[in-house]
Design a protein around this ligand. Sequence first.
Ligand SMILES: Nc1ncnc2c1ncn2[C@@H]1O[C@H](COP(=O)(O)OP(=O)(O)O)[C@@H](O)[C@H]1O
Ligand SMILES: [Mg+2]
Length: 330
Amino acid sequence: MTTLLDIRGLTKKYGPITAVDDVSFSVDQGEVLGFIGPNGSGKSTTMKIVTGFLTPTSGTVEVGGLDVTRHPLEIKRRIGYLPEGAPLYGDMTPISLLNFVCKVRRLSKEETKRGIEYAVEKLHIANVLYQPIETLSKGYKRRVGLAQAIVHEPELLILDEPTDGLDPNQKHEVRELLKEMSGKKAVIISTHILEEVEAVCSRAIVIAKGKMVADADPLSLQSRSRLHNAVGIRLPAAQAQACIEMLNGLGGVHQVRTTVETASMVELMALSTDNSEILASVHTAIDEKGIQVNEIYVERGRLEDVFRDLTYAVEGLQQDPDANPEASNA
Ligand SMILES: Nc1ncnc2c1ncn2[C@@H]1O[C@H](COP(=O)(O)OP(=O)(O)O)[C@@H](O)[C@H]1O
Ligand SMILES: [Mg+2]
C-alpha cells in the first residue's frame, strides 16, 4: 500500500499550551481515518499543519514523501481540505467558486473542466450551481465546501468536522457522500461524533489533550467497551426478579443492570467477567429455570464508553456515575 501521509513526532505549542504532543502515525491510500477527540484535543491544529497552514514546533509531516514545510505548493496540490466551519464566500455562486479555486490552484483549462465535472457529479450539486451560496441550505453549503476540496482531484482529503452544524438528515447525506468520495483516496475526518466513525471509517485514532491514546479499527475499539459481550434480556416484569437472581448466581456474570423498567416489561443487561462470551450459559440457565423471556441478544459494545474511558483520564475529568443511565442491581 502507498503511504500518502506520514507524521513523525509532531508537536505544536501555542505559547504555554501544547496543542499537539508528540503525535506519530501514517495513512495509506484507501484508508478512511476517523480522527476523534473531545473539543480542544488538537484535531484542527494537526490538520492545519498537515495542510500547510501552520508550521510545527517540532516533528515532521510528509505528504506523498514530500515534507510539508519545504514543499508547500506541491503538497497543496495533493491535498483537498475542508476547514473547520467550512467558510465559503457567500455572494459567489458554486460555479464561480469552483472556477476561482481551480484558478488559484493553477489548473489548466482542461483540468478545470474535468475537475468541476467530477466534483459536481460526486457532490450532486448540479441543480444549485448558479445560485448565490448564501441562499443555499446548510447541507448544500457543506456539499459545495466538499466540492471545492476535491475539484483538483487530490489523493489525500483532510476534512475537519465535515458534518458539524448539520441536522440529522443532512449529516446522513454528507456521510453517504463521504463514502462515495473516498474511493482510492486517503481520507482523514475529524469528528467528536462516534456514530460517524462507525458509519464511514476503516480506522480510528483517538486523541486527548494533544496525545494519541488509541489507533485501531472501529470494531476492535468497540470490543474494548465494558459492555462487549454483555447479554441483554427483555422479559415480562413478573419474571424479572427470578431472572436477576439467576443471573447473579451464574458463573461468568460480573454485574446485572436493569436498563428499562415499565409496569409490564423489564430489560436486563448481564455484563460478563473480562468480556467473555456468556450467551450460551445464560440461555441454558433461562431454560433450566423455566424463565419466560421475549428477547435475548449480545451487545457488541459501545464506542461511547470506550471514548469516555480513553479520554477522561487524560483530560483529568472524573467519571460521573450518573452519566450512565443504567442502574445496577449487583
Ligand atoms: N491560535 C491559537 N492560539 C492559542 N491556542 C490555540 C490556538 N488554536 C488552538 N489553540 C488551543 O490548542 C488546543 C487544541 O485546539 P484545536 O486544535 O482547535 O482542538 P480541536 O480541533 O480538537 O477542538 C486547545 O487548547 C485550543 O484552545
Ligand atoms: Mg477543531
